[in-house]
Design a protein around this ligand. Structure first.
Ligand code: XMP
Length: 511
């Protein structure tokens, strides 16, 4: 597999991760590296892709990659900024464009480059997003395709496997973008399509065994997809030497602790459930500021986890469910890689478990790949399809201070809402959903009695990564039934509202 890696050099484009996603969809393994921090050993990479960039090759802050071991030596595909870079510094000319070059365009071929454009017909829609344009092609270039506004939309360098395109094949609006990447990677660069969930599991199990040997590993399970898949992978590799800890912070969904714990045990995991609800609720008593709540919960978790990890004799490793988007070093607007990595240094003052060596079996895969890997290992579909749930749990959905009674009310409301979504076949259509307990009472009437009780808000959003989100247009009859059920079944609530705010400007959670 190693010789069938693809290297993506990142110049800071918003679409760089999309290039990697498209390549992985072709069952080809790839890695993203900052353009100015390429991997030391290029032997492992069979082809290279240059990403786009918000920078201009004409500006003083031009981003210069070192292509001396790449250009003419490995198949190279230069996208957008990459294409302009090759043109500008190899005898061509790049200038600001006169017309707006953003959005959809259609390709017309100048020369039918059979392999590069195989199975892509004349007129194919592509996505443009650039303000500079290539006025003159570089030395030895052969023009391959144009659009109405962009003459030099695709070119190749004669005598090299170097191709350059002004448009973005990674964006879905480029209808044949995936085909074009396949043509380049498979037919031109001869990269094998062997990256599958099964092959990932096989190679990861082996590398965990090589790395960890007979050592003991501790892992905190959260009930979420990432930590669960990481645990099952590690369990496959080292069996009982994996010690899982699942903490009940008292802020989980109704019955969540018991049911997830049973599920984990059923999967054969060596898991210890620790009920620390009281400790968390005590730490939260009287705290209403959202960030202070998060701190109190974070600190309590560290204390509980540290106590538990210390009871495992001779444990040497801490496993984490870190995934690729958390690891990628993004290139900042000024061109330098801006480190977004959370590091765990062996320095004093940290809890004992943080002084352990780290193993992160999912650090090179994306969220959708985590799910596919989980499915290939036979993890239950319902567990893999669960909505994201915040670490601080219901504490940040109870506005104001948190008490046991408020948690009880919210757990009941949340259960009615989430079960309703499942019963009506809506759960999988929603990215995340939950209920929020508002810090106000409202007047109502039940029978002949006046009531003065709590108001709850329901929130359901569509999203891909939680960075932006839109409220979901849930059917009125579903909302009506849910509202009735909540008010009839949950003592202490007399009013239900539905949150119709998108992110931005709102956020998904209310705190
Ligand atoms: P926001 O509210 O920022 O939420 O739009 C985006 C996503 O992050 C989750 N979230 C958290 N997750 N600890 C977590 O582990 C937190 O403190 C936290 N705050 C928000 C939220 O549920 C949503 O999926």
């Amino acid at each position: 597999m190693q010789q069938h890696n693809v290297l993506i050099l990142d110049f800071g484009s918003q679409y760089t991760q999309l290039i990697a996603r498209r390549v992985r969809e072709l069952n080809i393994y790839c890695e993203i590296h900052p353009f100015n921090k390429p991997p030391k050993n290029l032997v492992d990479f069979k082809a290279v892709i240059l990403s786009g960039s918000p920078n201009s090759v004409r500006s003083e802050a031009v981003l210069h990659p070192d292509l001396s071991e790449i250009r003419g030596k490995k198949p190279l595909l230069a996208v957008c900024y990459g294409a302009q870079y090759l043109a500008h510094f190899s005898g061509g000319k790049v200038a600001p464009s006169n017309t707006r070059e953003y959005g959809r365009a259609n390709l017309s071929y100048i020369k039918n480059e059979e392999i590069f454009f195989e199975n892509i017909s004349e007129g194919s829609q592509v996505w443009m997003s650039h303000s500079d344009t290539i006025k003159e092609l570089p030395t030895n270039a052969v023009l391959l395709a144009s659009t109405k506004d962009v003459e030099n939309a695709a070119y190749k360098i004669a005598g090299e496997d170097t191709f350059a395109i002004q448009f973005h094949p990674e964006v879905y609006h480029s209808t044949d973008g995936k085909q074009l990447l396949e043509n380049f990677l498979v037919k031109i660069a001869h990269v094998a399509q062997t990256w599958t969930p099964d092959s990932f599991v096989e190679s990861t199990v082996k590398s965990i065994q090589d790395k960890v040997g007979n050592d003991k590993v501790v892992l905190g399970l959260s009930g979420g997809v990432d930590s669960t898949v990481a645990a099952v992978l590690l369990h496959k590799a080292i069996g009982k030497n994996l010690y899982c800890i699942f903490v009940n912070n008292g802020l989980l969904r109704k019955n969540e602790f018991e049911s997830v714990l049973t599920q984990y045990e059923g999967m054969g995991l060596n898991v210890k459930g620790v009920d620390a609800s009281e400790r968390f609720l005590t730490a939260l008593a009287g705290v209403s500021d959202p960030e202070k709540k998060r701190k109190a919960i974070g600190n309590s978790f560290i204390e509980v986890f540290d106590d538990e990890a210390n009871q495992i004799k001779g444990v040497k490793w801490l496993a984490q469910g870190t995934i690729y988007p958390d690891v990628i070093e993004s290139v900042s607007a000024t061109g330098g890689p801006s480190a977004t990595i959370k590091s765990h240094h062996n320095v004093g003052g940290l809890p004992d478990f943080m002084k352990l060596k780290i193993v992160e079996p999912l650090r090179m895969i994306f969220k959708d790949e985590v799910r596919r890997v989980g499915a290939s290992m036979g993890i239950d579909k319902d567990l893999l399809g669960r909505h994201p749930f915040p670490g601080p749990g219901l504490a940040i959905r109870i506005l104001g201070d948190v008490t046991l009674e408020k948690v009880r009310i919210l757990q009941e409301v949340d259960a009615v809402f989430i079960n309703g979504l499942r019963e009506h076949g809506l759960y999988d259509k929603v990215w995340q959903a939950g209920a929020i307990l508002l810090p106000v009472n409202s007047v109502g009437v039940m029978g002949d009695e006046r009531t003065y009780e709590k108001v709850v808000a329901l929130r359901a959003v569509e999203s891909t990564d939680g960075m932006t989100a839109d409220w979901v247009n849930l059917p009125y009859d579903f909302l009506q039934k849910t509202s009735n059920n909540i008010i009839n079944k949950v003592k202490g609530v007399n009013r239900v509202v539905y949150d119709i705010s998108s992110k931005p400007p709102a956020t998904i959670e209310w705190e």
